[in-house]
Design a protein around this ligand. Sequence first.
Ligand code: IMP
Length: 181
Amino acid sequence: MLTCDKNIKDLKVLISEEEIQKKVKLLAEDIEKVFPKGEDIYVICVLKGSSMFCIDLIKHFKNPIQLEFIRISSYGHETKSTNNLQAIDLTLPNLNEKNVLIVEDIIDTGLTARFLTDLFKIKHLPKKLVFTSLLNKKCARQIEIEPDFYGFEIDDKFVVGYGLDYKGYYRNLPYIGYFPQ
Ligand code: IMP
């Protein structure tokens, strides 16, 4: 039987469900303003971490949405970035001259964000490319990169919940939490 070695009883709330939901609505309103009114937006949900954020975000959009999923892994089972990006599934339709929004859960070292923005710019040649992340660990950055939009800046602590996991656990929590050291 699989069991997590970190107990939910030790988890501290960092960002509440209510704060997240308020922020996601505001973010969606701000993001949509940068796309031409009424045009299709191809929303790229980066699995698995951004699943909850992305689904909540698109509920607020008024433009027509095409939802696509890609899967990348950078952490394995560690709580520190391994600098070892694994592209598990990057299958996408033709995005040439399309409006594209990449939705990430968190920007930590920045390596995933750089990989994705370069890939989309070079391979897909979108009309407009916008990158958003719910969380931004600015202090953990290894390369210079900033999302166009983000929800919350956080300290360099490992967080779980609202799509983010520890060894596959805790993605289902409606809030963001951390385990104090
Ligand atoms: P980066 O390439 O180091 O910026 O890492 C990006 C990816 O690492 C994110 O999309 C997450 O999947 C994962 N990640 C980074 N920090 C955390 C964290 O605090 N908790 C859970 N996953 C994280």
